[in-house]
Design a protein. Sequence first.
Length: 280
Amino acid sequence: MTIELFRHAWGAVGEGGPWSNLGDFAGAAAAEGYAGVEFPLFVLENDPSGPVAALETLADLGLTYLPMALTFVESMHDPQAHLDSLRRQLEQASALGMTRVNAHAGADAFDDATTGRFLRDTLMMAADLGIELLHETHRMRPLYNPWRTARMVEEVEGLRLTADYSHWVCVAGRLPFDSADAFSTCAPAVGHIHARVGYSEGPQVGDPRDPAWAMELGAHEHWWDEIVEAARERDTPMTITPEFGPPPYMPTLPHTEGETVADLTEIVAWMRDRLARRYA
């Protein structure tokens, strides 16, 4: 099996980021050895060169693009509004030749029955467009905790996940070692990992290099190992994004107008190298 590392554009491009535009960001990602890049479809659409030219730039650099589709609708409790929003974005992705999309879609307020119907509808919609749809385990979304997600993996045939377990730690208010069965159930369904380290009070530790966060780092790596092992057993590729984010995910020092407690670019590079060694 192959494991490919992706670079995210969140906090990296534009105001406050080290790169002013997607082209410079993509060039740096290719030079640093990433296999691909990940960012929302609206970022691609808003690129001054246009989405087609931006995709050509990525292809020329040998980078795969993993688009993100995000549904923000007037009534977050309305499944049909989320479906309509997601359909528009999947059609957009398909028209651009995309065959794989990471989705932030739906709402945590859905009950289990609604969540099951919603997920089945999204998978059918994506299949009609020839797209592999990955649902991210994210706060605010239907799969915001390990227990519901495990139930959905068992109930919804073909459900595929982007695993961002930092959110589950934050939602649970603990490292949920008492829920190992749920993590094990979900592992075979994961096709993409967001490798960020969360803690009991938030989705991102200040600096994962700090020994104070060794337990949190070790827990997440254990869960990532389980996912990678499941992928090896079925001999399917795995993609991983070391997805640490800018403020307010990144803590800041008081009275400094946003000075961060650590350098985001350094942390992302450190995690990239750590993942590359771990899964070589």
